[in-house]
Design a protein around this ligand. Structure first.
Ligand SMILES: Nc1ncnc2c1ncn2[C@@H]1O[C@H](COP(=O)(O)OP(=O)(O)OP(=O)(O)O)[C@@H](O)[C@H]1O
Length: 365
């Protein structure tokens, strides 16, 4: 296992990139700790696979270095990196049994038979295929084959890292949940460094200790699921994480007050004057509803019941705005005002979070 360092890493698929827009991965520097579980999260085309392929050696970066521990692996081929990979679609040997498929990476490294048997047994239990070890892979469903791919990816204990690229795409929804929990358990047990690419926030937030959010080739924030939820560094993170995402309202700053279409909203602290486009961000669960009284005007369009809570969808001064109300809490009749807990209002300038005066943290990109 290894700590992974990305040192000023960037990549363009063009031979002569002219501008930042030509880079599929814009410069990124970060360190992933040995034994950490990381998710690369972002929408399609944001550069997740490019970054993963640079780490695995499938893509040679245009600039920067990749280190495994102290060792510079930037120019090493995949085979020399001692990593395991699990792809979106199953890669299994059809003519081999499930057992032999799982054992393959261990046999390749010449492990003693007893150790192989023990390890294959443990992995088979994890993927729920103990009863099928002697079946041939041919004829199994795509789902089962992908479970074998996952198992094979995790069978070796001595890899530097395990890289997963959207590995649960072909798995049915119930099994997805099951395998996600299993992966997590396996991570706890063996402490592999794991990097998991997904566009699905639920997968990222349940799997990873730390989520790296990407947008348009840029790493916009890296942090624990809770920190991304509580303190998004960028409006994209606020909007992308959370169901529904963070509400954003255009505003002007005046000390400790934000003016939304001229109407005051109290903030948790005073902000320095800024130039740029200001927005305030409020999570749908940080909103109080009332009928009349103080607050911004809210026009309710519809209520969706999603079980644990209801989502009230509407607008605030012409901007889409969602409020969540927990199950068992009454929605005030004729609710037409919203107020916010000042401590849970984020302030964003040109999409990046800014902090009030006296707060020691700046941009956390
Ligand atoms: N081999 C390639 N040649 C040229 N451009 C590429 C190549 N691979 C990816 N790109 C481009 O680089 C950008 C980032 O793609 P990448 O596959 O890394 O994103 P992603 O976040 O993994 O998306 P997806 O989930 O759709 O795979 C996209 O604009 C894509 O079109």
């Amino acid at each position: 296992m290894a700590r992974i360092t990305l040192d000023n890493l960037a990549h363009s698929y063009l031979a002569h990139p002219q501008s930042e827009a030509d880079f599929a991965l814009k410069p990124a520097t970060m360190t992933w700790r040995d034994g950490g579980a990381y998710a690369l999260l972002g929408s399609s085309g944001c550069g997740k696979t490019t970054l993963l392929n640079i780490i695995s050696g499938l893509v040679r970066p245009s600039q920067g270095r990749v280190l495994f521990g102290e060792r510079d692996v930037t120019t090493l081929p995949t085979a020399a990196r001692n990593i395991a990979q699990v792809f979106q679609f199953p890669v299994v040997y059809d003519t081999m049994s499930v057992r032999d498929n799982l054992a393959f990476p261990l046999k390749n490294r010449g492990l003693p038979a007893a150790q192989i048997a023990e390890r294959v047994g443990a992995i088979a239990r994890m993927i729920g295929m103990e009863g099928e070890l002697d079946r041939r892979a041919r004829g199994l469903t795509a789902d089962a084959k992908q479970k074998i791919s996952l198992g094979r990816g995790m069978v070796r204990k001595d890899v530097n890292a395990i890289l997963f690229d959207e590995p649960l795409t072909v798995i049915d929804p119930h099994m997805k949940w099951e395998l996600r929990s299993q992966l997590k358990a396996l991570h706890r047990e063996f402490g592999h460094t794991m990097i998991y690419v997904t566009h699905d926030q639920t997968e990222a937030l349940t799997f990873a200790d730390e989520v790296v959010v990407m947008s348009e080739g840029r790493v916009v924030q890296s942090g624990t699921p809770q920190s991304l939820f509580d303190r998004p560094a960028h409006t994209f993170v606020g909007y992308f994480i959370g169901t529904p995402g963070m509400n954003l309202l255009p505003a002007q700053l005046d000390g400790a007050t934000a003016l939304v279409e001229g109407q005051p909203v109290t903030l948790a602290g005073a902000y320095a004057p800024v130039t740029g486009r200001v927005q305030i961000g409020i999570r749908p669960d940080a909103v109080r509803l009332s009928a009349g009284g103080a607050g911004l005007p809210f026009q309710l369009a519809r209520v969706e019941d999603v079980g644990r809570h209801r989502i009230l969808r509407g607008t605030v001064v012409g901007h889409p705005f969602n409020v969540t109300v927990p199950e068992g809490v009454a929605i005030p009749a004729g609710a037409d005002r919203v107020t916010f807990d000042p401590a849970r209002i984020g302030v964003f300038v040109d999409d990046w979070r800014v902090e009030p005066l006296g707060h020691e943290q700046g941009r956390a990109a």
